[in-house]
Design a protein around this ligand. Structure first.
Ligand SMILES: Nc1ncnc2c1ncn2[C@@H]1O[C@H](COP(=O)(O)OP(=O)(O)OP(=O)(O)O)[C@@H](O)[C@H]1O
Ligand SMILES: [Mg+2]
Ligand SMILES: [Zn+2]
Ligand SMILES: [Zn+2]
Length: 648
């Protein structure tokens, strides 16, 4: 691999086509492509909706999302959170159209590590790669729109000519420049102001600003709206724009995004600055006229702080100036697993083997902890499965509408309390830390580590700990009871393959009897040498496991008999694995027959009987095929042995 080639290719891909000209040239560009003048919220809105699809797959439909619009923009970055994204896009649409709703401050509200910062940073990264070019007045401290140069008197004409709406006036610096450098003999040569193409960049402070309140008692608005540059005052005088640094975060954010981290902690005086910005697109720096700034103000805050803010009477005036969008935690196990996978990839333990079901067990617990009770489903485990698009017994029997279930949950604040992804990742880390040879982590480790972690978690009271313990390790309807079933099934399956010869024998025996039954013939008994009636007891013992009721046994037998004949006619092999209902029945029967054998073979690592030994080895090998490593495959075997022994 030649690194130089790769680097060159990457450089080529990242190449930025420069453009320089004056306002007059820019007018022509706008005429060709009016989109280049779009305002910040519209730019961001377009960026998200381009490439959106309304094609949802079956699993999403099962989860109640048949009407969902999928925004590919968030694909593989944000998992789940469809409702929150939908609300954000709805707001952006309003903001792009400058409706009253859209003139508020967008505030993402949610519990810790629900993905609020991640969503904002995706928008920022998106702007940096935006495909609609961005042109600005060259040398302008706030990178402003070149059309601002057009005198107010001529605006109507140019709006019609270009087919765009022109909003905003020149910043003090550009105005000063126009007055002094581009005005001669009373003629204002606004069309000659230089224009350049730029790229959004948070790093270079172009179009993306971030404000993080520091000391609550000592917040200074200069960080938002710039400051006087004392060194230059002596040269230019105090009211000269050249002596002022227009580099506050809101000025930097012109044309793009102003992120307000922990917006509720922002001093109330500064909040009012944000409000007039969202409302009227202006900010005011001392000594200068109001300055036009076009930016999407997007704040985020913790749920607890937002709740306190909401009930405080003195903030009332601010309430309807904000547009809260709730970003709850995920309620879908499969999405939650993807979050962990992503977090793991970004963290240190990427070389650790993660046994199958490990993340699932953790995700199940996290989701369960976030669910509220509902009268529509028997228990939280069922609700969890329904939210995950799984078809449970209760789901089949009732006419549960997933959408209604979710709506009920939303009204009760579902997803806003419970266990955070970070708590889970910490527990995974702890689980790793306690093993000497840290090569692998399995579901049993995780369950234990989660349980131990409750005690070390600040803010959990006794009652919560008890209910979490129940969800995690309760005898019934818990993560661990679910896992036991899964583990039993998985291990038994691994053994079944080792007992494939026996499965085949059961199958052949059954088929022989069925064939005779369908043909109304007798069966030849090789031991006695006699002909006898088909063995009803034997056939029923399998059929009851499907289950096939007594009154439809003939139909079932005929069905399978025809199926077999057709397969053979077509030259296809017919084994017990080819007929799913029967396959399941045979496996069940085998499992019951083998239960005593399996548990002894499982427990005893040191078995000497060569046949059992071989089967144990085969079972282990099967587990390896299913993604276990030698370490966790052994753990699974002894875990299941233990479970089976207790069941006896
Ligand atoms: N729905 C999600 N999709 C993808 N990743 C997520 C999701 N929710 C949380 N994460 C991951 O969880 C971690 C924390 O997320 P983030 O920092 O965005 O949360 P936050 O809501 O800003 O939290 P805080 O309130 O603590 O600031 C990140 O690694 C993020 O990638
Ligand atoms: Mg955050
Ligand atoms: Zn300017
Ligand atoms: Zn392993």
């Amino acid at each position: 691999m030649d690194f130089r080639d790769i680097v060159n290719k990457q450089k080529q891909e990242a190449k930025f086509e420069k453009w320089q000209g004056v306002v007059l040239d820019y007018l022509k560009l706008v005429k060709q492509n009016p989109k280049i003048t779009c305002l910040a919220p519209e730019r961001i809105y377009n960026m998200i909706i381009s490439g959106s699809t309304s094609e949802v797959d079956d699993s999403l439909k099962l989860r109640g999302y048949e009407d969902l619009v999928k925004y590919n923009f968030f694909d593989n970055k944000i998992f789940g959170s469809y409702e929150a994204i939908h609300d954000i896009v709805k707001f952006l649409k309003a903001a792009a159209r400058r409706t009253e709703t859209g003139k508020r401050i967008l505030v993402l509200v949610g519990p810790v590590s629900s993905g609020k910062s991640t969503i904002v940073s995706l928008l920022k990264r998106g702007l940096e790669k935006d495909t609609i070019p961005k042109y600005v007045l060259k040398g302008c401290p706030i990178h402003e729109e070149p059309l601002h140069a057009i005198p107010l008197a001529d605006r109507d004409f140019w709006q019609d000519q270009l087919g765009v709406r022109i909003e905003g006036t020149l910043c003090p610096v550009c105005q000063h420049r126009l007055d002094n450098e581009f005005t001669k003999d009373g003629i204002v040569n606004w069309d000659q102001l230089p224009v350049e193409k730029i790229q959004f960049s948070e790093q270079k402070r172009v179009g993306i600003g971030t404000f993080q309140p520091s000391d609550p008692k000592n917040q200074d608005n200069t960080e938002l709206i710039g400051r006087i540059n004392m060194a230059k005052v002596a040269r230019y005088g105090e009211t000269d724009p050249r002596a002022f640094s227009f580099d506050g975060e809101l000025q930097v954010a012109n044309g793009g995004i102003a992120e307000m981290v922990e917006i509720i902690k922002v001093d109330i005086r500064l909040l009012y600055v944000l409000i007039s910005l969202a409302q009227e697109q202006v900010i005011k720096s001392p000594g200068f006229p109001q300055m036009y700034v076009d930016t999407l103000v997007i704040g985020h805050t913790n749920l607890t702080e937002f709740d306190a803010f909401k009930v405080d009477k003195k903030n009332e005036a601010l309430h309807d100036r904000m547009y809260p969008v709730y970003v709850p935690w995920n309620l879908c196990v499969d999405d939650e697993i993807k979050i962990y996978e992503k977090m793991i990839k970004e963290s240190g333990f990427r070389n650790i083997h993660i046994a199958p079901h490990t993340l699932k067990v953790a995700a199940q617990f996290a989701v369960l902890s976030r669910l509220v009770d509902s009268s529509k489903v028997p228990n939280k485990i069922d609700k969890m499965k329904i939210y995950n698009g799984e078809i449970t017994e209760s789901f089949k029997k009732s006419d549960i509408d997933v959408k209604e279930l979710k709506q009920e949950g939303r009204e009760k604040g579902e997803g806003l309390t419970g266990i955070s992804p970070r708590f889970i990742i910490n527990a995974l880390n702890v689980a790793l830390g306690t093993k000497e040879d840290k090569k692998c982590i399995n579901p049993i480790d995780v369950i234990r580590s989660l349980r131990d972690n409750f005690r070390h978690h600040i803010g959990l009271d006794e009652e919560e700990i008890e209910s979490y313990n129940n969800l995690l390790t309760g005898d019934k309807d818990s993560v661990s009871s679910e896992f036991k079933e899964v583990a039993k099934k998985e291990v038994s399956m691994a053994f079944l393959y080792a007992y494939d010869d026996q499965a085949k024998a059961i199958f052949e025996n059954y088929m022989r009897n069925v064939a005779a039954y369908c043909r109304k013939e007798k069966v030849y008994d090789s031991i006695t040498g006699d002909y006898r009636d088909p063995d009803e007891k034997l056939m029923r013992s399998l059929e009851e496991l499907v289950p096939v009721p007594e009154n439809s046994k003939t139909e079932f037998r005929n069905g399978i008999f025809v199926y077999k004949s057709t397969s053979l006619e077509q030259g296809k092999e017919f084994t017990y694995k080819d007929y799913p209902p029967l396959k399941e029945a045979i496996e069940k029967k085998l499992m019951t027959d083998l239960k005593p054998t399996i548990s002894t073979a499982l427990v005893d690592k040191t078995v000497t009987d060569p046949k059992t030994k071989r089967r144990r080895k085969l079972a282990l090998k099967n587990l390896l095929h299913k993604g276990y490593c030698e370490q966790c495959a052994e753990v699974m075997l002894s875990f299941v042995a233990e479970v089976l022994r207790r069941e006896e």
